[in-house]
Design a protein around this ligand. Structure first.
Ligand code: FAD
Ligand code: NAP
Ligand code: SF4
Length: 669
């Protein structure tokens, strides 16, 4: 029956002898759970929830075919028969709720963060400290055999198929691309030789697993590195892969060493669906498109337009395991949207921590975050409707408590409203909207424009203080001068900055404020064309790797960002997004000064000393982003008082911690 909400998204798709119920593939994500045998019961529960949430077909995180293919030391690999048993926990869990699951085979090649890594080349990658060993002809055949063996073991473990990872700059991609394939034997040089490794893996795997086992190939369609593949080669390889026996081709965008954002929140929604569309007419197997597809309407539009046959959503399944089911039922407002921040997923993985999700701390911790209804409903006051207070209040109310939420301002969201005002962080508003929906759904009594006082809190069984933070105002002479603007006054629109601006503080907020000041219309989100122009992406992919000269747009204002430390500005920004913020501001010509001493602010501007040289920055305004202080006046050291979020600790506060602390307390009371 046609779905009335998203008719194209809920068209079934037949692949081999399997029917995928909808057009959503849960894309592969390394979570860390797949690396340790003891975590497989947790991994099974993680996938089971996503299958029960009606993901059409799931692809696991990457599993290496051998030790040389490890992503990092002791990461998950499948080479021996005894390893099959733990994978059966996963497949049985998924099949028990009617889901389909494929195992991704990922050989990291020279990206392997360990001394046993191998590649088509002996040239070290720019993102690992380990030089790879160049594979001999004999060793190449051995790697192919290991891929085939891995696929066969996956079949024994009852997976419905495998995804062969051929993109993102991993081993197969290292053979395909002239960037890393510097060989002059049968495996290098011509297109035929460079693609032989990929095609042999597919042909031999198909021969080993039979016709009905799904083989997805993740094809690197837009590499975003110099000397990468061009569209002609990509199309030809897609056709050759079809001939070799793949069932589905998935899209790969960008190598890990590329210096173009591909999934972070500033990438426009569905910002790379045009890439898959370029291949669409060339092959007849289903094509999956990917990157920054986080809402069912975006997915529906892609399928309806014929750009692709399926969409891959990966991080959105961390944010909400039930997103497909909610879409089918027309409950899009119930979906906890992935905001593309990377803070708890990719940033964790790159720091060797277990993945999770900023907006859903239960992700990958399913067995620890079970929401049990309360045995004894209490009357609970929560002070402050920022991320900490919202997550706590909604969790408490969902469990059956009577919750009153006091908010001093006229809206919920606290500091996150300011974050959502930053160009490229517009998506953050979805988290606020989601909480707004939950407040209604779970019957929280919300008192806006109501700064709670001590007397308001009398008579409650429990009191949660989530009153957040206030900006730190540094004791610089002239801090009361008209030129001075605190970041929250600027971002909330209460004050405007002139053309020449000094930004005091180069932390997360200093960077965001500089980004905000650097554009003419901070309210206007970038289009896909503007994004591609800014980052030098060739939308015809005629240029190798799809890279052309970037269009460096100059800042709308003259901005100087300052800090007292001598370390690199923005050093503490997110592991996988910090480089984007730093590069973006550099491209726009924003100046940074480190090792600064502040003296005073007066009509002349900001008086400072840098490297023992006194100077005056002739600026119209000085925006203060000098950190924050806890706002905890209402807190009492009493058993029925609890404190969370920025009110608890202001240092190194972010929404990830605020939501996690709020949710954990909400589960405990
Ligand atoms: P707050 O957000 O400060 O909320 C406290 C709330 O309590 C406020 O709404 C306040 O009005 C209310 N309140 C205070 N006193 C009372 C009272 N007496 N009675 C009733 N209500 C009261 N974090 C990230 O993780 N990622 C980012 O990319 C990111 N970007 C940011 C960008 C900017 C520009 C800013 C300013 C912040 C950013 N943050 C980011 C930080 C993040 O928004 C905060 O760390 C987080 O939201 C703090 O949540 P909180 O609930 O503890 O405090
Ligand atoms: P922050 O990262 O701690 O930076 C504070 C800045 O103020 C530093 O540059 C510091 O540099 C300066 N400073 C501190 N005390 C000062 C003083 N007395 N006088 C002058 N300068 C002073 O804090 P933030 O920028 O306010 O951000 C708050 C939190 O929000 C962060 O912890 C972050 O996690 C979160 N956030 C995250 C993102 C993100 O992209 N993930 C974005 C925005 C915010 P010096 O001490 O060297 O001068
Ligand atoms: Fe999405 Fe951020 Fe959650 Fe990662 S941490 S899944 S990017 S919301």
């Amino acid at each position: 029956m046609t779905n009335q909400h998203y008719p194209h998204l809920f068209q079934p798709l037949k692949v081999g002898n399997k029917t995928i119920n909808n057009r959503v593939l849960m894309g592969s994500m390394h979570t860390g759970l797949e690396d340790r045998p003891k975590n497989y019961p947790k991994l099974a529960e993680y996938f089971k929830q996503r299958a029960a949430g009606e993901a059409g077909i799931i692809v696991t995180g990457g599993i290496a075919p051998n030790i040389a293919g490890w992503v990092g030391p002791f990461s998950g690999f499948l080479k021996y028969g005894f390893q099959v048993k733990r994978h059966r926990l996963v497949t049985e869990a998924v099949h028990s709720v009617g889901g389909l699951i494929c195992m991704q085979i990922l050989h990291s090649g020279r990206y392997g963060y360990h001394p046993f890594n191998v590649s088509a080349t002996d040239k070290q990658s720019p993102i690992t400290p380990f030089k790879p060993k160049k594979l001999s002809d004999k060793k190449i055949h051995k790697q192919i055999k290991d891929f085939v063996n891995c696929a066969r073991l996956a079949q024994k473990a009852h997976y419905d198929g495998v995804e062969i990872m051929g993109s993102e700059g991993y081993l197969i991609n290292q053979f395909i691309s002239p960037r890393t394939n510097d060989r002059d034997d049968d495996w290098g040089g011509s297109y035929e030789n460079r693609t032989r490794f990929a095609l042999e893996i597919v042909k031999q795997t198909r021969a080993a697993v039979g016709e009905d086992f799904i083989i997805i190939f993740r094809l690197s369609m837009l590499e975003l590195v110099n000397n990468g593949s061009s569209i002609d080669e990509v199309i030809r390889l897609a056709q050759d892969l079809e001939q070799a026996g793949v069932s589905i081709i998935n899209t790969g965008i960008g190598w890990h060493e590329a210096r173009v954002p591909t999934i972070a929140t500033m990438v426009p929604r569905a910002g790379f669906a045009w890439v898959t569309e370029l291949i669409k007419q060339a092959v007849s197997v289903p094509l999956v498109t990917t990157n920054r597809i986080n809402h069912p309407q975006v997915a529906e539009d892609i399928i309806a337009s014929g750009k692709a046959d399926m969409v891959s959503m990966a991080r959105p399944f961390l944010a909400d395991p039930e997103l497909v089911k909610k879409s089918r039922l027309g409950q899009a407002q119930d979906i906890n949207i992935c905001i593309g921040c990377n803070q708890a997923c990719l940033d964790h993985v790159f720091k060797n921590q277990m993945a999770s999700c900023l907006v859903n701390p239960a992700a990958c911790h399913e067995t620890e975050f079970e929401k049990q209804p309360t045995q004894k409903s209490k009357n609970i006051a929560v002070v402050g409707a920022g991320m900490a207070g919202l997550s706590c209040a909604t969790t408490l109310a969902e469990r059956g408590h009577q919750v009153t939420l006091f908010e001093a301002s006229d809206k919920i969201g606290g500091q996150f409203n300011l974050a959502a005002a930053i160009p490229g962080k517009e998506e953050f508003v979805h988290t606020i909207n989601y909480f707004s929906h939950l407040l209604d759904k779970h019957g929280v009594t919300l008192k806006l424009n109501h700064p709670a006082t001590a007397s308001d809190l009398d008579g409650f069984d429990e009191v949660v203080i989530a009153s957040g933070v206030v900006p730190r105002v540094p004791g610089i002479e002239g801090i009361d001068h008209d030129k001075v603007i605190l970041y929250h006054d600027l971002l909330s629109g209460r004050k405007k900055a002139g053309h020449k601006v000094a930004v005091i503080g180069a932390g997360g907020i200093g960077f965001d404020v500089s980004e905000y000041l650097s554009v003419e219309n901070p309210d206007q989100a970038q289009t896909i064309d503007e994004f591609c122009a800014e980052w030098g992406i060739d939308q015809s992919i005629q240029a190798p790797g799809g890279l052309v000269k970037a269009h460096d747009e100059k800042s709308a204002r003259e901005i100087t960002m300052l800090q007292r430390k001598t370390s690199k500005p923005g050093k503490g920004l997110g592991k996988t997004t910090g480089w984007i913020h730093r590069l973006s501001l550099k491209k726009k010509g924003i100046k940074t000064l480190t090792g600064v001493q502040y003296h005073k602010i007066d009509d002349q501007g900001l008086h400072i000393t840098v490297k023992e040289q006194p100077q005056v920055l002739d600026v119209d305004h000085v925006v203060i982003c000098a950190g924050q202080l806890s706002n905890k006046d209402l807190y009492q050291t009493d058993d029925h008082f609890h404190i969370i979020g920025g009110a608890d600790v202001a240092a190194e506060l972010d929404a990830k911690r605020a939501i996690k602390q709020g949710t954990e307390l909400g589960l405990k009371l």
